[in-house]
Design a protein around this ligand. Structure first.
Ligand code: SF4
Length: 291
């Protein structure tokens, strides 16, 4: 429960607020960008303005139930059920944003891909009953793709509920976690239909991305969208090797995609695969110290 006594002073006056337990995971800013903003002076999210429309109120309630640390407070509980039913949130072409972040993965985002060859859960959301029930209504989970060891959260509970096959790279301790399908080596691997796993060491030794339909790239913690529409990556979170991560990002120039869907940070949709490639070239140059 958020604590009104710990309400951050830069919240806009009104019912919704963020308290000082926020971990700056950015989920509320993605789900309800009209309402939540980052206060750079404290490095946390706050309510920039109170929700006004019905849509903004629903999106704010979705952010409230999704916050991994229960840092968002509101006295209005009338939309709690509707918010729970609105997640996972459809993005495009059967790809959904799950919400319901877990503190175990530091508020990482996860995604559901509704796919003819079986639904895929990309990284693990919190094992919240309303979300699991909705995922069940959407066809359950056949595969659970774990991009790297930091974002596995409640993977075992999802595996137990849906009987899904978990997929993870050996170099991130997949065997130790009891994962059913352990991938090895650095070659990309077609998992099923339009799903390709791409090993991308850097953030961790066994990090991988998942490419879907040559349109959606689920990137774990390697690559994310910035507020100015560029792609971002950070040496400060390259736990394994920044040099390897730079090589891995350059390798992505061999693939075509329009969406970057990260574990941390904002999703980014480019206007076209060519536009995304141009953004990636700029980032790779920056990582190589050329710009
Ligand atoms: S979802 Fe919660 S923890 Fe994440 S940025 Fe918003 S208030 Fe902070």
């Amino acid at each position: 429960m958020a604590r009104a006594s710990a309400r951050l002073p830069s919240n806009a006056p009104g019912d919704y607020y963020v308290d000082d337990s926020c971990i700056d995971c950015a989920m509320c800013r993605f789900l309800a960008p009209a309402v939540f903003r980052r206060d750079d002076s404290v490095g946390l999210s706050v309510v920039g303005r109170q929700p006004v429309t019905d849509g903004e109120r629903l999106r704010s309630a979705m952010a409230l139930v999704s916050c991994p640390t229960s840092s968002i407070g509101s006295a209005d509980k009338s939309l709690a059920r509707a918010a729970a039913h609105a997640l996972p949130d459809p993005l495009e072409d059967g790809v959904f944003f799950c919400g319901y972040a877990s503190e175990k993965s530091y508020g990482a985002s996860s995604y559901l891909v509704a796919n003819d060859s079986g639904n895929v859960l990309v990284d693990s959301p919190r094992a919240a009953a309303p979300l699991m029930d909705r995922i069940g209504e959407l066809g359950g989970v056949r595969f659970m793709f774990l991009s790297h060891k930091d974002d596995v959260a409640d993977h075992a509970k999802y595996a137990a509920r849906f009987g899904c096959e978990r997929i993870m790279h050996a170099d991130d301790g997949a065997a130790r976690l009891g994962v059913e399908r352990v991938l090895e080596g650095q070659a990309d691997i077609r998992l099923a239909g339009d799903l390709v796993a791409i090993p991308l060491p850097g953030h961790t030794r066994g990090s991988m991305a998942l490419l879907y339909k040559e349109k959606f790239l689920f990137t774990g913690d390697h690559l994310w969208g910035e507020d100015d529409g560029t792609l971002g990556a950070s040496r400060s979170v390259a736990w394994y090797s920044w040099a390897k991560q730079t090589e891995s990002m350059a390798r992505l120039l061999d693939y075509s995609f329009e969406w970057v869907l990260p574990g941390h940070g904002s999703p980014l949709r480019a206007e076209s695969p060519r536009d995304m490639r141009a953004k990636l070239e700029v980032l790779v140059d920056r990582m190589r110290g050329r710009s």
